[in-house]
Design a protein around this ligand. Structure first.
Ligand code: ADP
Ligand code: MG
Length: 388
């Protein structure tokens, strides 16, 4: 489909699913990560680079073999990407290094969104990690409030709920050594997310708005479309599109948001890459988030309706598979039930099962949400009645 070679910084499950998309399009793809990482397992090449996406030399090794560089994780070494941009103008890097840099620091990300008139929850930078400063924030925001690491946060690691004056010390201890900021508590009724793909001509295309349900700060379920009114869906899509219009460059973005009781929406955070809340698109949409990203960074066509749900599907639920807490590989029982269930697809990432580690996901599709839920109930074991 394209003679250029794509390099991916990071070879986890998102890289693996990007590679599935490039394999189908016959686009050569090389991965930078540890040997035998999930993405490398499914694409045979002696040109993959063993190393780290935080290491400058390793990134340069990958860049030397590629025409386009992209990422599956935002915690990459941006200064190297910026230098490569200057040294090799013909090397395309998407998302743009400036965008990755801005998004890497969650507080700067918030400042950028505010500057662009996008609603976010009120935030304050923590200048010094002291009891005095956190108590002053408590005076201003009230309790609870959320204390967050500005960088290197994921799956709730890097966040601490400051529930009252007496949890300030525990917060400082839990997040010590990190540069922090505080966010006013968002009393949300639902968490929504929208995947947006941005094309080279600056157009933005929204996937259906989804509802995410978290357990212990990790996405557990994703309902597509979100079970909210049409007007909330429209508003959420528009907010996500407007947010992504403020980041030049192209590629896929995941936009997480809070829906408040008043139907007001606030953006929580943005990921400049494929996202867990977009996995449903593999089975439910005309084009998956992974293929959309590859099309965007290679400037391949993105026709009207390519982000829409397939006409016979219309509803989907995604269930994340976490490593069983008690029995190694115990989560495979869920997969066995999924394999018996119509409209249900299992994705395993080739990762060693450890308690609570994301090791796969299951997509369930149907023409009604009620039927998706019935199938999910059997898959998770909350109903013992197989769906035929
Ligand atoms: P991560 O990078 O770990 O995804 P997030 O900033 O998205 O971090 O926070 C993880 C989860 O914590 C969110 O999905 C949401 O459930 C909760 N959360 C985050 N910020 C707030 C907030 N300001 N108010 C209430 N809950 C929040
Ligand atoms: Mg998040």
């Amino acid at each position: 489909m394209d003679s250029r070679t794509v390099g991916i910084l990071g070879g986890g499950q998102l890289g693996r699913m990007l590679v599935e998309a490039t394999n189908r399009l016959n686009v050569k793809t090389l991965v930078l990560d540890a040997p035998n990482s999930p993405a490398k397992q499914i694409t045979n090449s002696t040109d993959h680079v063993d190393g780290s996406f935080t290491n400058s030399d390793d990134i340069r090794k990958l860049a030397a073999k590629c025409d386009v560089l992209t990422i599956e994780i935002e915690h990459v070494d941006v200064p190297t990407l910026k230098s490569l941009q200057k040294e090799f103008p013909k090397l395309a890097i998407y998302p743009l290094p400036e965008t990755i840099e801005l998004i890497q620091d969650k507080y700067r990300q918030k400042e950028h969104l505010i500057k662009n008139k996008i609603q976010v929850s009120e935030s304050i930078a923590v200048k010094e990690n002291t009891q005095k400063e956190l108590l002053a924030i408590g005076e201003k925001f009230g309790y609870p409030y959320m204390l967050k690491s500005r960088t290197f946060a994921y799956d709730g690691r890097g966040n601490f709920v400051v529930s009252g004056k007496d949890s300030v010390d525990a917060a400082l201890d839990a997040l010590k050594g990190n540069s922090l900021y505080a966010e006013k508590w968002a009393p949300f009724v639902k968490e929504l997310a929208v995947m947006i793909v941005r094309s080279v001509d600056d157009r933005v295309h929204a996937y259906p708005v989804v509802e995410t349900i978290h357990r212990n700060n990790v996405c557990h379920l994703c309902y597509a479309p979100a079970r909210v009114s049409d007007s909330v869906q429209l508003k959420a899509a528009l907010l996500a599109e407007n947010a992504i219009k403020s980041f030049p460059g192209c590629g896929i973005f995941g936009v997480e948001m809070f829906l408040l009781e008043t139907d007001e929406l606030l953006i929580n955070e943005i990921a400049p890459r494929p996202h867990n809340s977009g996995h449903f698109t593999i089975n439910a949409c005309v084009t998956s988030q992974f293929e959309a990203h590859i099309r965007a960074v290679l400037h391949l066509p993105m026709p009207k309706g390519f982000t829409a749900m397939n006409s016979c599907v219309t509803n989907a639920i995604m269930l994340n598979l976490l490593g069983d807490k008690h029995t190694p590989n115990g989560e495979l029982k869920i997969c066995e039930r999924a394999l018996q269930t119509p409209g249900t697809s299992v994705y395993l990432y080739g990762k060693e099962s450890r308690p609570n580690r994301k090791v796969g996901h299951i997509n369930i599709v149907s023409s009604s949400m009620k039927e998706c839920q019935r199938r999910l109930d059997y898959v998770t074991g909350s109903s013992s009645k197989p769906v035929t």
